[in-house]
Design a protein around this ligand. Structure first.
Ligand code: OOG
Ligand code: NI
Length: 267
């Protein structure tokens, strides 16, 4: 699979889960802008057979280079940033939940999900837009997870698939700050994640970011019950040049820590 096919599949899955993204992208295009993705992000569990390390080969296969690790102590997450093989292809951010740091009750729920995944399935690149790879969990277990780790609840209900795409604000010609972009997004009727401030990061840390609050969608839980849960969100990122003159290629952990909250079920 070539990298363009790869991202087409990811985008199709993403907009099916995130109708706001299609509308927001179209609105910027109607303003005459070229919408280029800064990065795409994935979430998983640090459990066999779906660990970050097991998903990584699919990124390497389409030309990505591992760049830098990140640690999120309170959220119990480890992450890695990847650089694209070509200009204007998105960077990639993959995180995984250190399940062994959770309570025995939460860990047991998640271990039950990972145990249902056939390791062979993980060898196909479509694992990255697979969605849930397990039977629906009970709504009670979902709530147990929400109380302990919003991230855990998200992965359990939504599965492995793009968590967000990100508009590269550097490519825009009319709304050249993240705050201006957020105002356009709000004018379309979407809410912004204000955790840690509307705009996270500063020119000094070479990256400014903002995001919407995730769309919500009814999904099926065990026993055929359906409940609305947060799905995916859209992010907006502006990069500043480093001393070498290249745009800063990485992520900023303190900002990312708040961006994760764009999918919180409890607001
Ligand atoms: C990722 C949050 C971090 C960034 O660009 O720093 C992030 C997530 O919500 O899975 O996207
Ligand atoms: Ni992001």
């Amino acid at each position: 699979m070539d990298i363009n096919q790869f991202f087409d599949r990811l985008w199709d899955d993403y907009v099916a889960m995130t109708p706001q993204a299609k509308r927001i992208k179209a609105a910027f295009e109607e303003r005459g802008e070229r919408v280029v993705n800064d990065h795409v992000a994935f979430r998983t569990l640090a459990l066999e057979p779906i660990r970050l390390k097991s998903l990584e080969p699919h990124l390497l296969a389409v030309g990505y280079t591992p760049y830098e690790p990140y640690d999120f102590k309170d959220k119990k997450l480890s992450a890695y940033g990847y650089l694209p093989p070509e200009q204007e292809m998105p960077r990639v951010f993959v995180s995984e939940l250190r399940v062994n740091e959770l309570s025995p009750a939460a860990a047991k729920i998640l271990e039950g999900l990972a145990a249902q995944v056939d390791p062979k399935r993980v060898e196909d690149p479509s694992i990255l837009w697979a969605g849930p790879l397990w039977e629906p969990i009970s709504y009670k277990d979902y709530q147990t997870l929400v109380d302990e780790s919003e991230y855990a609840a998200w992965v359990a209900s939504i599965g492995i698939r793009p968590n967000h795409f990100t508009i590269g604000v550097n490519y825009l010609t009319q709304t050249t700050s993240v705050e201006e972009v957020l105002q356009v997004v709000e004018s379309l009727g979407y809410q912004v994640n204000a955790s840690g401030g509307r705009v996270k990061g500063t020119p000094e840390v070479l990256l400014e970011q903002g995001s919407t609050l995730a769309d919500r969608m009814p999904i099926q839980f065990a026993g055929g019950e359906t409940h609305e849960v947060p799905t995916c969100y859209y992010e907006f990122a502006k990069r500043y040049p480093t001393e070498s003159g290249e745009l800063y290629p990485g992520f900023v952990a303190a900002s990312a820590d708040k961006i994760f909250e764009s999918t919180d079920a409890k607001r």
